[in-house]
Structures are given as C-alpha cells and as structure tokens.
Design a protein. Structure first.
Length: 365
C-alpha cells in the first residue's frame, strides 16, 4: 500500500523533433520584438493544452475514488531560505482551457523569477545571462578578443564577453592560444597586426602565448584577453551571453572568394588587455569530487565527479546549468548523458545525482 498518492512516480525520457517549433519561435519573435517568445513558454503551453484537451490526465485517486480537478495549473515549490529544514512555499500558476500561446507565455513571464532566480532576473531581465557550447576544432580558429561591459555598451549597447574553456579531450600536440607572452603597446599591436613576413606569417603569432592542451585543463578568459582554440581540441565553453567578437589574426586564411577574412584591427586595439600575466592556465584541485573552477562576477563554475550518488546544494537565488562531460547519471529524476545539458530552475537548485559521470555546473552568484 502506498501511504501517499504521490509515492509512486514514473520518469521516462522522450525525444521530440522541435525543428518546426524553433522556426515558429523565430518567426514570432521577428514580428513582435517587444515580447520574446521562449521555448520554455511553448513547452508549458503544450503541456497545459494537452491536459485541457484530455481532462482524464487531470485526475487523481483519493479515498478509493476518482477525482477530477476543476483547474489547470502548474505548481512551483520554493524554499523560504536555502536550508533543508526551511519552510516551503507553493506558487501555482493557473491557466484557462481556451488560452492561446501568447497568453500562456505572458502568464509564465510573470513568474520567471522562479525559473532563473529573482536576483538574476532583476540584474539581466529577459535576456538569459549564460551561453554554453561544445566546440570541436578541426583547424586553428582565429585569434580574437572580446570587449568588456563598458566598451561593449558604448559601442554596441550590450554586455561584453568573459568566458572559460574546459578541455574535454585533445589530440597529441593540440594547442590553446591565450594571452600575451611578451609586452607590447597598442602602437606595437597596430604595426604587427598589419604587417606580413615573407613566409606569410603575421608577427602577432610570435607574441601570443601558446599552451599545450590536455584533458581537464582550464582556461579563464576575461574580456580583453587575446585567445584562440587550436586544432584538435574538444572543449566546453561557458560565457556571458554576447556575440561581440573582434577578429585580430586568422593565420593568413582566405575566404571562399580567395580574399582574406575580415579583421577588426581598429576595434580590437582599445579592447585588448596588454598586460602579460604569469599564468594563463587556471589551476584547481582535481582530486576532489566537487571543485570550484571559476568564481567571477558573471558566473560560478564547479566540476562535479559522481561515482555512485551525491547531493549538491548551491545556496543561491539562481538557476543552475548542468553540463555532462562524461558518463551518465540521473539528476532530480532526469537522465542525463555525455554531451547533454540540463537547466535546473532556481526553485529547485538542490541536485540529487545518481550514476557515474563528470559534470560542469554553472550559476550566477
């Protein structure tokens, strides 16, 4: 006998083709820039619409009888403070059976503090603050730099870009380019980046610090640091949400028309950090099951190694992004495999992990 009707829970994974959904969202947002439709809104709307069309899904059993709920609702449970013993507050969102997609989206939009965290929402508004990427470089990528927040806001009206790289796998001899290995001035930079040697190599290649890439290596790339990913690197990148990039050097490559690719020499001049730092590879304690990798104003990143089971409480008013680097595990009832990413809402930032896997987790401090 089950003492409570919620004691029996069934979890399963379903893969759906959302190509047309993504196309619809893009078309919708192109015509209505004042309110951006999100994939999460569409998912919630589809769930509520399904229950509205099939009311038998909205039933439960109590006292040996079937009961039909009279309302459509999604319920978010939030701790009043970040301890296991803290009282919980229930925050339901009620929907009408005949609501259209835009009405679902606007209603969910009101409660997004539960999803990304109230502090995060006050700071970033409707723009999700992090981007997570897997990058598999088959050739040397261009040397580039990103402006900081101040310069990016002055020039482009948006945030700058600070990022980090975690090497998942690398070929023998693979390289990471990060920072300067000798001091130069802005004037030196301008002369070097526009000069070509007889062999076709740019003098900039001789001043950028080169590092051998190994599995588990960590590189923190604050805005202003010159950087590039060398051939043979497979890595995870976590960054501020920004697409402002100044390309400085492209190894003499040509585009499809035989012309050199566009460089942003003048824009980059004021963005580059010309200081030479003693170390560009970031160290951390790889022997611990949970290691803090990065703690900066834009994100906090940990590496988590789970062999059987582990509980992690982030004690923060923020969503958590979980990136599976290796293995397979169950996180809060959801199976996650290598190469998959999970977004954990701020209302549920305690992770219960069962399995054998290695993860990166990222949140806003």
């Amino acid at each position: 006998m089950l003492k409570r009707r919620c004691d029996s829970l069934v979890y399963h994974s379903v893969k759906l083709d959302v190509t047309k959904t993504v196309e619809y969202i893009r078309a919708y947002n192109a015509t209505k820039p004042e309110f951006r439709l999100k994939f999460f809104y569409v998912f919630c709307a589809a769930l509520m619409r399904t229950i509205a069309l099939r009311p038998e899904l909205n039933r439960f059993i109590a006292s040996n009888r079937y009961w039909q709920r009279n309302e459509l609702s999604m319920n978010f449970v939030v701790k009043e403070n970040f301890t296991d013993e803290a009282p919980e507050t229930s925050n339901p969102i009620y929907f009408k059976p005949d609501m259209v997609l835009s009405e679902y989206a606007e209603l969910i939009d009101k409660y997004k503090g539960l999803l990304i965290g109230n502090k995060v929402y006050k700071r970033f508004g409707n723009k999700f603050p992090l981007l997570v990427k897997f990058i598999d470089s088959r050739q040397d990528l261009s040397v580039q730099v990103h402006p900081d927040d101040k310069l990016a806001m002055e020039r482009h009206g948006c945030a700058g870009k600070t990022e980090m790289w975690y090497i998942i796998k690398s070929d023998v001899g693979a390289k990471i380019y990060a920072g300067l290995k000798k001091s130069i001035t802005p004037e030196d930079y301008e002369q070097m980046v526009t000069a070509e040697t007889k062999e076709g190599e740019n003098p900039m290649a001789n001043v950028i610090a080169t590092h051998e890439a190994h599995q588990g290596d960590l590189f923190f790339l604050p805005a202003g640091r010159l950087h590039a990913i060398g051939a043979g690197c497979f890595l995870a990148e976590i960054q501020q949400t920004s697409d402002i990039t100044y390309r400085v050097y492209d190894f003499g490559r040509k585009d499809a028309h035989g012309k050199p690719r566009e460089l942003h020499i003048e824009q980059a001049k004021d963005a580059i950090d010309y200081q030479v730092w003693p170390e560009y590879r970031t160290s951390y304690d790889s022997t611990q099951p949970t290691s803090q990798l990065i703690n900066c104003p834009y994100f906090v990143v940990h590496r988590v190694v789970v062999q059987v089971a582990q509980q992690i409480d982030f004690h923060c008013d923020s969503f958590v992004v979980v990136v599976c680097l290796w293995g397979e595990a169950n996180i809060n009832g959801i199976k996650v495999r290598q190469g998959e990413t999970l977004l954990v809402p701020a209302s549920e930032n305690v992770l219960y992990i069962f399995g054998n896997a290695t993860f990166l987790t990222a949140h806003i401090r």
